[in-house]
Design a protein around this ligand. Sequence first.
Ligand SMILES: [Zn+2]
Length: 78
Amino acid sequence: MAFYKDLNVVRYDVLGPGYENLLPPDTSVPLDGIYRCESCGGEVVMRRGELLPDEHKSERACSTNDMKWRLIVRSEGH
Ligand SMILES: [Zn+2]
């Protein structure tokens, strides 16, 4: 789960790009942000151009074959 405390520094991204895409491991991410594994709920923080991991810590185990990453929080990365 991703968390925040100050609503003044985050914004609902109604037209933001990329939230619907499911990305497999070893994909170069197009946007800075937090990505969530759809299989187990684990999260990773990524910078644009980095490769999504094929293993990660999480409370529930998931296999590389099941792993699909989805952008959940985008950062403008300034
Ligand atoms: Zn996972």
